[in-house]
Structure formats: C-alpha cells, structure tokens
Ligand binder design. Structure first.
Ligand code: PLP
Length: 457
C-alpha cells in the first residue's frame, strides 16, 4: 500500500487533538501520544495514515464480520439512498427495507423469534429491553416485576440503561450509576474467580447465584436476567460447560424473562448464527447490533420472542411509548440486508464452525505454551490469552493492566490490532479471515508475546 499525502498524519493529529473528544479515552494521555489515523481498509486489513498495513484482529469493534470494503454493501446503500434516504417507522408508516430486514431476521433466527424492534445501536437495544420487560410484566398485572438481574463485568452498552445493566465499575463511577432496579451477580470467569474449584464446579456455583438473587429479591419483583452468551468486553469469558444449562434450568423454573445480549455473539461469531444457539439456550429477547450490518452503518434491534411479541401484536401493550428517529433507518436496513445475505450466501457461519474456526483455534490454543500465557481460550472466532507472571498459577501481575498495555502497544507496532482488557489479550477477527491471514495473526501474536516477555525482564 502507498502512503497517501491526502492524509498527512501530523496536521490531522493536531486537528483531532484540537476538536475531537474520543470515547473511553483520557484525552490528555491520548493527545500526548497522538491518535492512530485509519484511512482505508480492505478485507481483514487496515491502512493507517503512515501507510502501515495492520491486521484487524478485532473486526473493528467486534463488528465487521464480513470484512472491510465489500462493494455489495456500498452498492445497496447507494441504491437505497437514491430511492428513499430517510423515512421513519413511527405513526403507522414503514418502508420496504425495514419490512425486508424484519422478514430476513425472522428467517435466520431461532423459531421463537418472528418480530424485531429496530434501534440504532446495541446500547439503544438494551434500553429497549429494559422498557420492554418492565412493560411486559406490568401489562400482565405484575407491575412489581421490575428488577433486572445482570452480571458484574458484563458490557451492555454506554447509555444510562446500558451502562447500568453492564457491570463495569469505572462506568458506574461516572454519572451515578447504576440506576435503581438493576442487581448484579457473579460472572462465570473461572480463570479469575474460580479459586480451587474445577471449571465445571465453578460454573454451577456462578449460575446458582441467579437462583439465590431471585430468592433474595423475591420472584415477584424480578423481571428478567440479561447476559452475553460469551462476555466480550469483559475479556472474552467463555463460561464453563455447566453454566448455561443451569441458568436455563433456573429461568425455566422461575417466572422471569431470559435476555441474551447477542450484540457481539450474534451473526456468526461463535460458529452459529447466535451465541444462544451455541450455548444451547432459548432466550425470550435478543438485543443485536454490530454484525447485523457488519458495522457498515449503525443499526441495532431487539429480536422479540413470541412470549412478549404476542402481547404486543394482540394490543395488550397499547402504544409502546418508545422508539428512535433512526429505528429501522432505510439505508441502514439496506446495508444490513446486503450484509446478512453475504453471511448467509457465502456460508460464513458454517466456515467459522467447520473451517477457519477450528483452524485458528488449534494454533491459538497452542499459544498457551508461551511462558507469559496462563490460559489460551477460543470458540468460533473469538478468543483470549491471559497474561500471567508465573504460570501455572492463575495469579495476576501486581499492577493490573500495565503488562496488557505493553503487549497491546507491541501488537500495534507489529501490525496487529489486539485489544487488552487489563492483562487479558483478546481477538475477534472478521469471519472472512483466510488460512494465510490466520497464520499471520498467530505469528504476529507470538512475536508480540515474545517482545512483551523480553520487555519485562
Ligand atoms: N452489548 C454488548 C454485548 C456489547 O459488546 C456492546 C458493545 O460493545 C453493546 C451492547 C453496546 O453496543 P453499542 O456500542 O452499539 O451501543
């Protein structure tokens, strides 16, 4: 790739520092270093303003499932822009892209899902979940069923409701969160919290916290349990095999709704269309976003199972007083339709299950032999490496996050986007990754681990 003088790094960085406030960033620290400016991308590779070619090991922010730069999406978007760039879905109106996308989602999702409520993002989807589940119980004559049980270290977005449902301490610390009516229980993070228990024993213990919480709060006060099938932002936490079956049992025996946050796991990431299918649960609601359009345009939604949707279509909700200007935005819907057709017609989900998934997993798990790696884990195309000072002990470095940041910086310098969650290195590459790119990803990760290990000596 060539260096383009259309994008002079220095002046652009100065303008960025002068005017742009970045999400999840300490602006002073960021501007001291300067932002990395990504100018174009194709397939699994990014190019920055200095002409560096970088393997996108995170598919953007876990979203570019079909890879970057697919002309089919640009064409679909252009055609829809020309036909109908915007109209809303409020007040008894709709348009073909929203209708077609809703139909396609009903076709691709598990049988209990025939309806979707569109949003603009994953966070908005989770705000919608909160309003839906509380309204559902109120309409059934149980207005006290309001509490939503969620998990510590979960990520459900950055709006007030999303961040409250999430279990991230630093997010709660800003803005007086969580809002009332959210209760957090344990996460199934065996590596950090499993102690002397086996993963299977720990999976049961973590799941049973749900049962204890329902008892303590009173079943008559609990509306729903929300969780990511595999926690993404928390550090790609793949629950022990015993966890989800036990949660499913508890939800079945209790009168509460089960919400699977599919914002990351949805649309092929685990080798199934939805993470719920991968972990074998049948949720009542599934918030989605990210892979729905592979990030080409912002769009999200809540797939609403028959239990809740049947009440809505029967008129029991009356008006559901909720919605967004961009709920079912026609151009975003057109992008999502083109994206889902690519995932379906190119068999990307099956590829993750049977080809590139197992291929990368084998090599990724072998990184567990590196002296810095206490555990390597991966399912589908989502994985993590736990960095530790003294394996095989599951003990953390004294200053959590320091080594992870060093490792992430080496990773960037070596031409690979890997993310650090404290000292857990995570990847979630595009589903179109080929074997050669998988080899490169593993080679760059190995070099990054070696560089980090050497720097710690
Ligand atoms: N839910 C999960 C599981 C996520 O990982 C995210 C974003 O990373 C969200 C919700 C929020 O989505 P958005 O950033 O589109 O609002």
């Amino acid at each position: 790739m060539t260096v383009s003088n259309l994008y002079p790094t220095g002046p652009l960085r100065a303008l960025d520092a002068a005017h742009h406030l970045h999400p999840f960033s300490d602006m002073k620290a960021l501007n001291a270093e300067g932002s990395r400016i990504i100018v174009r991308a194709k397939g699994c590779f990014l190019e920055d303003s200095d002409g560096n070619r970088i393997l996108d090991g995170m598919a953007g922010l876990w979203c570019v499932n079909i890879g970057h730069g697919r002309p089919e999406i640009a064409e679909a978007v252009q055609a829809q822009m020309a036909e109908l760039a915007y109209y809303n879905t409020f007040f008894k109106t709709t348009h073909p892209p929203a209708i077609r996308l809703a139909e396609l989602l009903a076709e691709l999702s598990p049988p209990q899902f025939k309806h979707v409520f569109f949003t603009g993002s994953g966070s908005e989807s989770n705000d919608t979940v909160l309003r839906l589940v509380r309204t559902y119980w109120a309409k059934l004559g149980k207005p006290d069923k309001k509490v939503i049980i969620a998990r510590r270290n979960a990520y459900h977005g950055s709006t007030v409701a999303g961040a409250s449902l999430g279990g991230m301490g630093p997010m709660h610390a800003q803005g007086g969160l969580p809002i009332p009516g959210i209760h957090h229980i344990a996460q199934p993070y065996w590596f950090d919290e499993g102690g002397e228990l086996s993963p299977e024993e720990f999976g049961l213990v973590a799941a049973r916290e749900l049962e204890v919480a329902i008892e303590q709060l009173g079943e008559g006060n609990v509306a729903a349990f929300i969780a990511e099938p595999i926690q993404g932002a928390g550090g790609v936490i793949i629950p022990p095999s015993t966890y989800w079956p036990e949660v499913a049992r508890i939800c079945k025996e209790r009168e509460i709704l089960l919400v699977a946050d599919e914002v990351i796991c949805g649309f092929g990431r685990t080798g199934r269309w939805f993470g719920s299918e991968f972990v074998g649960i049948e949720p009542d609601l599934m918030p989605v976003a990210k892979g729905l359009s592979s990030g080409y345009l912002p769009i999200g939604g809540v797939l609403v199972g028959e239990k809740v949707a049947s009440l809505m279509v029967a008129g029991e909700f009356g008006d559901f007083n909720h919605g967004y200007t961009y709920s079912g935005h026609p151009v975003a819907c057109a992008a999502a339709i083109a994206n889902l057709r690519i995932i379906r017609d190119e068999g990307l989900v099956e590829r993750v299950a049977n080809d590139i998934g197992p291929y990368l997993q084998k090599k990724w798990l072998a990184l567990g032999d590196h002296p810095l790696v206490g555990e390597a884990r991966m399912v589908g195309l989502i994985g993590a490496l736990e960095l530790v000072p003294a394996k095989p002990e599951r003990r953390r470095f004294p200053d959590p996050g320091k080594v992870g940041t060093i490792c992430r910086d080496f990773s960037f310098a070596n031409g690979l986007v890997m993310r650090a969650v404290k000292d857990t290195m995570i990847i979630s590459p595009p589903l179109v990754l080929n074997h050669e790119e998988a080899d490169e990803l593993v080679r760059l990760t190995e070099k990054t681990l070696d560089d980090t290990y050497a720097a710690l000596k």
